[in-house]
Ligand binder design. Sequence first.
Ligand code: PLP
Length: 375
Amino acid sequence: MRFRSRHIISFEKLESNFKKLKSICINNKIIFMVKANAYGHGVIPIVRHSVEKLGITEFGCASLGEALLLREELYDLEFEIYVFSDVQVELRECAEIYLNRRIVPVISNREDLDFILTNREFENFPLFIKFNTGMNRLGLEMSSVDEVIKSLKIAGRKSVYHLMTHLSSSSMPIKTNKRNLLQFENFEKIKKSFKDANIEVEASSISNSGAIEQGAGLLETHVRPGLMMYGPSSLLPQYSQLSQWTGEIISKLETYVISLFDVEKGQPVGYGATPCPSAGRVAIIALGYGDGFSTRYLGAHLYHRDIAGKIVGRVNMDMAQVFFSSDNLPELKVGDTFTVWNHSVESFSEFCQDVKIIPYEVFINLTQRVPKIYS
Ligand SMILES: Cc1ncc(COP(=O)(O)O)c(C=O)c1O
């Protein structure tokens, strides 16, 4: 565990992002995606705050284990949980959890659908159904819509609790990208088939962050934001002008300078004896791959009070070297706090682009060695 390397998460920023989200999705209900430990931000405090202070009542997890953790830790709160991918409804112990703990699996294949429709215990269980409209990952096939409807009718079902699909390319333009247009069109066709068959669709959703940022899919009852709630835009940098998102990163990643020394041009530093690009100063910071500060972060720019440094040499298990050129040295002493990212979307995006890792993964990489502090 670290003392001075900390992932500081601001509830105030989360709230401000939520307000900004609501100003885009004025009429939509929110399913807040909190998979993978709330994208690395700590799912229990994030969900508690979201229910108690933001009034969010629906959350999306990836696995039943994640959902159960939420139910057990937050037993005092009222909220709905949906399991999106690792569903395992056919396992007896999992089926019991769904039946008894108010957790709803998202049905994405025929086996799970048939299991729920033919199992009497699930007779009154809400159906949350996902169709594959072109992402080709999870989801009932478009071609099976009629059969699905037939099965629902045979089972005496008159409604579906939630019908959804997921976009493969929402980080690209929604209005011009052919794949996005086709997925929206396909989803309309599926909804029409349900309507024509008199199966009521109580709720529906299509948009995750990329689509919401572009104002798309807002005629459905729900939206399913994940990344944007934590701050970053999920549009590819070349399409950033299409995004109306003005959120802020809800966290800061802070560490401190363990050691500081001057270097000559070409002087080797650290494992692999990487030569320094010019004369300057190297700060050793207290973050390494054991903390989730990946070896792939080599070459990334980090700033100390607007002065750019660069990660040189191999990132170690518990440290990394940040090089500053002698042309522009920051005022930095041993023991000073060093901020890897703050609340600025621009600098966080630059970091992600430098390291060629999507923001989702940068957040999630951080390990438990870096304590999370909630402010
Ligand atoms: C089905 C589904 N909906 C919504 C989301 C949220 O996506 P994003 O974080 O890009 O907003 C995810 C994320 O993985 C997802 O799988």
